[in-house]
Design a protein around this ligand. Structure first.
Ligand SMILES: NC(=O)c1ccc[n+]([C@@H]2O[C@H](COP(=O)([O-])OP(=O)(O)OC[C@H]3O[C@@H](n4cnc5c(N)ncnc54)[C@H](O)[C@@H]3O)[C@@H](O)[C@H]2O)c1
Ligand SMILES: O=CCCC(=O)O
Length: 498
């Protein structure tokens, strides 16, 4: 087989034309399907069912029917199911990674890293499931006793993007199941096959029918989204994607006042102060900016370098970027794959051309790579960036690093915080007082100090401002899928005098 068509150890993990509803593999009632393409070669991978409103409603009904029993399972029982699912993810990691590379394009080594990351959410939440404690609260009213218990919020609608076809869906399903919720997960239209393979592993793990439903749509996505956000049966929507779509989904959800968690777009500042360890800063910038070819919501978008180290940083950073090998994700030695589609290429190209027009200097890359395929772009470094450029105000979501020069700490904090969004921020410094000061001053949900990698199932992931609200992973993750119920026991009498 050509390197573009991976041979799976277990071919039954590739689900063509079917989605997973109520424990069964089903087609769209209309029989309609949509095509999914390999972003490296542009070739067809296969077709997936184009679910419509009625199909989505069936999945919601299945999740609703499964909820009353699933919510009564003990935390330990739910833990065992998640643990089994985790074990199956690990056992099948090679195949899941092949699917990720095929439909997303990221290099196979990165895809394997994503599977480990994705599985780690099942592991983490299998450990959280049995430990969902309430409170005992001293009452103000004599004779009353007050306690709280945590209850699952109900049926959840989950919507995830293509950039982490495995990890975004497990980061939502893991805590939902730990809390005792049942779910309808809409897989991304660009990368449905990874999610569907994970659904097959749910089946094999013995997750009861209807608890996990994974559906697919491309053209019908807005309709499916509307059903998930307006159905009175759905009590919670968790969405990862762009800020624009987040705003629409929030508006739609207002009709039934759902509980919401939104992980939206970012525009991460990445700041290198004169006193930074430059080797660490260059390594951090490489990993933060170019992870998944710049297509992560926490990728550095604006790199602010203090004037004393600007030239040296730029030269060392560009030299590292020059060493990248761009190509198809299965090719040995390839470090960076394609972008997801031609719209992503157009946006990246527009940001580079705009920067050039306004005086920026491309010192590395800067061009499309049609010789490799339609969706490849050279990893790019631009110096002389200014705040009037498109890249400064808008997330590029691609392999372009724009270097801005700054002089003072006050100046850079002001510019960094001028964005409407606030997901991740990074900075590099060896001054302990500055480290505290700047970490506290940045208007973001997550800060990396002297590191470019912050993603960890144990750490709360989420943003502020127009990057959304809610936290995924960590000890806070399950709470997003629970409601706190307060119970007051009246007439309990006063404590006995001893
Ligand atoms: N904060 C995070 O954790 C995070 C993670 C990944 C991506 N993102 C953001 O997502 C963006 C890139 O992804 P994208 O362009 O695919 O985003 P997008 O918002 O267009 O799509 C994300 C998901 O939402 C679905 N969707 C799109 N329109 C919808 C609608 N009307 N109703 C229901 N679902 C709908 C898509 O099918 C996809 O599955 C970037 O802005 C990035 O920062 C954020
Ligand atoms: O792109 C969004 C998620 C990235 C991550 O979890 O590190």
């Amino acid at each position: 087989m050509s390197h573009n068509v991976p041979k799976l150890n277990d071919p039954s993990l590739l689900k063509i034309n079917v989605a997973y509803v109520n424990g069964e593999w089903v087609k769209a009632k209309s029989g309609k399907t949509f095509e999914v393409f390999d972003p490296s070669s542009g070739k067809l991978i296969g077709t997936a069912p184009e679910f419509d409103a009625a199909d989505t409603q069936n999945a919601i009904d299945a999740a609703a029917a499964a909820f009353p029993l699933f919510r009564t399972k003990t935390g330990r029982e739910r833990s065992k199911l998640l643990r089994k699912w985790y074990d199956l993810m690990v056992e099948n990691s090679e195949d899941i990674a092949k699917l990720i590379t095929w439909e997303n394009g990221k290099p196979f080594a990165d895809a394997k890293g994503e599977v480990a990351y994705a599985a780690s959410f099942f592991e983490w939440f299998s450990e959280e499931a049995p430990r969902q404690y309430g409170d005992t609260i001293p009452a103000t009213i004599a004779g009353n006793r007050v306690v709280t218990i945590k209850e699952p919020v109900g049926v959840c609608g989950l919507i995830t993007p293509w950039n982490f076809p495995a990890a975004m869906i497990t980061r939502k399903i893991g805590p939902a199941l730990a809390a005792g919720c049942t779910v309808v997960a809409k897989s991304p239209g660009e990368t449905p096959f990874t999610s569907l393979a994970i659904a097959e592993l749910a089946h094999r793990a013995g997750i009861p029918k209807g608890v996990v439903n994974v559906i697919s749509a491309l053209k019908n996505t807005p309709k499916v989204g509307e059903v998930l956000t307006t159905s009175p049966t759905i009590k919670k929507v968790s969405f990862t994607g762009s800020t624009g779509v987040g705003k629409l989904l929030m508006k739609q959800s207002s009709s039934t006042l759902k509980k919401l968690s939104f992980e939206l777009g970012g525009n991460a500042p990445f700041i290198v102060f004169n006193d930074a360890d430059l080797d660490t800063a260059v390594t951090g910038a490489i990993t933060s900016k170019f992870r998944s070819s710049g297509q992560t919501c926490v990728c550095a978008n604006r790199l602010f370098i203090q004037s004393g180290v600007y030239d040296e940083f730029a030269q060392r950073f560009a030299a590292k970027v020059k060493e990248f090998k761009v190509g198809g994700g299965y090719t040995e030695g390839v470090t960076h794959g394609p972008l997801i589609h031609d719209r992503a290429i157009s946006k990246v190209n527009a940001h580079v051309r705009d920067a050039e027009r306004k005086g920026g200097k491309v010192i590395q890359g800067g061009q499309k790579m049609p010789e490799l395929g339609p969706n490849f772009f050279q990893p790019t470094v631009i110096t002389g960036m200014t705040t009037d450029m498109a890249l400064a105000g808008e997330e590029t979501f691609g392999p372009v690093a724009g270097l801005f020069k700054f002089d003072s700490e006050e100046e850079v904090i002001k510019i960094a915080n001028s964005a409407d969004v606030g997901l991740a921020g990074y900075f590099f410094s060896k001054d302990i007082r500055r480290v505290y000061r700047v970490a506290e001053a940045l208007e973001v949900g997550m800060v990396g100090v002297n590191t470019g990698i912050i993603s960890d199932p144990a750490a709360p992931f989420g943003g502020v401002k127009e990057s959304g609200f809610g936290r995924e992973g960590s000890k806070y993750g399950v709470g997003e899928y629970q409601v706190v119920k307060m119970i007051t026991y009246g007439g309990m009498g006063q404590p006995l005098q001893k």
